[in-house]
Ligand binder design. Sequence first.
Ligand code: GLU
Ligand code: ZN
Length: 280
Amino acid sequence: MTFITRFAPSPTGPLHLGHAYSAMLAHDRAQAEGGTFLLRIDDLDQSRARDHWEAQIYDDLAWLGLTWETPVRRQSDHFADYDATLRKLSEMGLTYACTCTRRDIEAAANAPQEGVPQFGPDGRIYPGTCRDAGHPYSDAKCIRLNMRAACEPALPAHFEESGPDHSGTHALDLDAMVSTVGDVVLARPNMAASYHLSVVLDDAATGVTDIIRGADLFEATAVHVVLQNLLGLPTPSYHHHKLIRDEKGKRLAKRDDARAIAKYREEGATPADIRAMVGL
Ligand code: GLU
Ligand code: ZN
């Protein structure tokens, strides 16, 4: 069996201990399986991606002792592919133009019904205001996936999870997809594809068989499986790992510069120290 996994950081800040854990875990697994470890640069958000952060990603990972296949895939080289896929989904009648502002969405969601979830993998669940409005795409603030319509051809579907929190087989459920995920964003005028659309295409294009990433992305996986099925792409196996937290129990964020790998390096830590800090 081929085993291909990847680490896919965004070059929008320094890598911290959480990234080091994710990268080393994936790298170690690939090595143990006699497989391949890929590095991908998720620079979808061109307003925040910076060359110097990308350079530091290479530097930090090499310092940690990791090696990866080259050339490295960069999302910004594939905007045309994302666009073509978006068109395909639109031609299938599964997308629509949404003209809502953030404020419109907040206002429409302001009368919450008891027992109905309000937040999904992308934050507030879209109330569906524009779903049947037929707005022209030229007016769109974003393009959304009509989840109910998408589930019709995409389901039944399931994925295998081997992470510590949700280990097992997960079958997708239509009602849950509609009520707890909803009509997710696929693209915006200034962004060729959303996170969901881009990672599904990138992972398939690079033959990834096993996705190893943080537990914060577990809820998004069902969206990815729907997209894979709509596009006739294989569903990889998933492993969502624990998140590295600070001593107050808060998960590390990009702005946690105090825990940047570069900072530890500066202070004289070794790669073995970093492994020990994250429990590897
Ligand atoms: N680029 C994403 C991030 O920085 C990770 C993508 C993924 O693992 O699916 O969190
Ligand atoms: Zn809308």
